[in-house]
Design a protein around this ligand. Structure first.
Ligand code: HSE
Length: 425
C-alpha cells in the first residue's frame, strides 16, 4: 500500500501474515533480464511466484520455453484476472510507461527495471501508485544486484544522508577496466560489453553517461525526496577520454571512473555524472569490470560502501526476483524522504574542480575558470585545471575536441558560497 502519511496504520510492510500464497506473474520482454529472471525464479524454492504469460514483440523467434507461454498481445496480460503482478522488462521506455499505467489501472502491482522510463516519469509513477493503491518496485533499475533502494527507504529512514555517489554503470566500468588493465582499445572493449549483454541496445546511453544519470535521478528521489527530470541533470560521459588522459592517469597512479553523485548543501541538492581521476587508495579504484559501487554518507553514520554486479542477466534478474518477493508481503516504497526533507531544491549552481583538455584551436581561456589552478600543453593538446561552473562543463562536454575529467578528490563549491567567499575577501 502506498501511503502519503507515515502515521497511517494500514502500512504493513512487516506483517508477514499477509504473504500471498503464490503470485501470478505476467512478464513483458524476454531479453537479457527476462531470461535471467526466469532462471533465478526456477532456482529458488523460497519465492512463491509463477510466470503465467510472457509478452514478446518479435514473432518467428526460437525461444527456449513452451510456445504457449508466450503471447504477442499485451491485453492477454493486462486484462487477465489471473495475473496479479506485471513484470515489465522491455527496452522501449515509452511503451514501458504505457504498460505500467495500464497495469496499475487494472489493479496489478508492477516490477520494472526500466531506468529510463522511471527517471522520465517518476513523479507520475509516484502519483499513480497512490491513486490506484498498487505498488511499483524497481530495485533492478538502479545498480543491478545492489539492494540500494530498499536500504535508502528502510535502513536510511531519516533525513541524515548527506550524499550518495559511486559507479552506477556496468558497461563503462567494464570498458575502463579493460582499457586500463589490458590496454584494450576503447571500441573493442565496448564491443565486448555489448556481447556480454551489459550495454544498452543504444550504447551511447552508457558511454555518454545517460544510463547512470537515470539511475541517479531515481536514487535522488529515495535519498533526498526530490523529483528531478533527467533533462535537469548534467551528464558527461567517457567517450572523449584521450590517450593523453590515460597516460596522465597512469603516471600519477590514478584510474578513471565514471562517477554519479548527488549531495545536499544549504537546502539545495546537487547531482551530476562525470568521469573522474581516482587515486589508487580510493576503494572505488578496485571496483572492476561490470561491478557497480554505491557509497552513502550520513551525518553521523559516516560512509558505507555497497559493491555488486551492476549489469548482466542473473544479477539483474535477482534484483527483479527480490522485488517480486517483496510484493508477496505487500511491500511498497513510501518515498519517506519526501515527508522528511520537504523544502530541498535541486540546483546546478555549482563550481566543480576539473581538468579540461582541448585542441589548440579551441578558445578555452583562463578567464573561463572561476578559479584557475594550472595549465600545460603536451602532444598537441592543452590542459587547464581549476574550478569551473557546472553549466560551463556541460557546454564544453558538448563541444567536439574538448574532454572533461574531474580532479581526484575534486572540490565542489556551491556557487552561492563562492559569492559569499568573494564578498568576504
Ligand atoms: N547498461 C547498463 C549498465 C545495464 O551497463 O550498467 C544495467 O543497468
Amino acid at each position: 500500500m502506498v501511503t502519503d502519511n507515515l502515521n497511517e496504520t494500514s502500512y504493513n510492510n512487516h506483517d508477514h501474515h499477509t504473504r500471498h500464497p503464490r503470485l501470478r506473474l505476467g512478464v513483458f520482454g524476454f531479453g537479457c533480464v527476462g531470461q535471467g529472471l526466469y532462471h533465478v525464479l526456477h532456482e529458488t524454492q523460497g519465492v512463491k511466484a509463477e510466470i503465467k504469460k510472457i509478452c514478446v514483440k518479435t514473432k518467428n523467434k526460437q525461444r527456449p520455453l513452451a510456445e504457449d507461454l508466450f503471447t504477442f498481445n499485451k491485453e492477454e496480460i493486462l486484462n487477465n484476472p489471473d495475473i496479479d503482478v506485471v513484470v515489465e522488462l522491455i527496452d522501449d521506455a515509452a511503451a514501458a510507461f504505457e504498460i505500467v499505467k495500464a497495469a496499475l489501472q487494472n489493479g496489478k502491482s508492477v516490477v520494472t527495471a526500466n531506468k529510463k522510463m522511471l527517471a522520465e516519469h517518476l513523479e507520475e509513477i509516484y502519483q499513480l501508485q497512490k491513486k490506484y493503491n498498487k505498488a511499483v518496485l524497481y530495485e533492478g533499475a538502479v545498480c543491478g544486484s545492489i539492494p540500494i533502494l530498499r536500504n535508502l527507504e528502510e535502513y536510511y529512514d531519516n533525513d541524515l544522508l548527506n550524499s550518495i555517489e559511486g559507479i552506477f554503470n556496468g558497461s563503462t566500468n567494464f570498458i575502463l577496466t579493460k582499457v586500463f588493465e589490458e590496454k584494450k582499445n576503447y571500441l573493442d572493449a565496448l564491443k565486448q560489453a555489448q556481447d556480454l549483454g551489459f550495454a544498452e541496445s543504444d550504447p551511447s546511453l552508457d558511454v555518454k553517461g545517460f544510463d547512470p544519470k537515470y539511475k541517479l535521478v531515481i536514487a535522488m528521489a529515495h535519498t533526498f525526496g526530490v523529483f528531478v527530470t533527467p533533462e535537469e541533470v548534467i551528464n558527461i560521459g567517457i567517450d572523449k577520454i584521450s590517450d593523453l588522459d590515460l597516460k596522465f592517469a597512469r603516471e600519477n597512479n590514478y584510474t578513471i571512473k565514471l562517477i554519479a553523485r548527488a549531495f545536499k548543501e544549504g537546502g539545495k541538492v546537487f547531482g551530476f555524472v562525470a568521469p573522474q581521476f581516482i587515486e589508487a587508495t580510493n576503494p572505488l579504484a578496485s571496483v572492476r569490470n561490470e561491478f557497480n559501487a554505491v557509497q552513502v554518507q550520513g551525518a553521523f553514520a559516516e560512509k558505507q560502501l555497497f559493491i555488486g554486479k551492476g549489469a548482466g542477466s542473473y544479477p539483474t534478474g535477482s534484483a527483479v526476483l527480490s522485488d517480486i518477493s517483496a510484493l508477496s508481503y505487500d511491500y511498497a516504497y513510501e518515498y519517506k524522504k519526501r515527508h522528511q526533507l520537504s523544502g530541498l531544491v535541486y540546483s546546478n549552481d555549482l563550481l566543480v574542480e576539473a581538468f579540461v583538455s582541448f585542441d589548440a584551436d579551441h578558445a578555452i581561456k583562463i578567464q573561463d575558470f572561476e578559479q584557475f589552478e594550472s595549465g600545460y600543453s603536451a602532444l598537441g593538446k592543452q590542459y587547464m585545471a581549476g574550478l569551473v561552473k557546472l553549466e560551463k562543463l556541460k557546454e564544453w562536454s558538448q563541444t567536439p575536441g574538448v574532454g572533461i575529467i574531474l580532479a581526484p578528490n575534486a572540490k565542489f563549491v556551491s556557487a552561492s558560497k563562492q559569492t559569499e567567499k568573494l564578498q568576504l575577501a
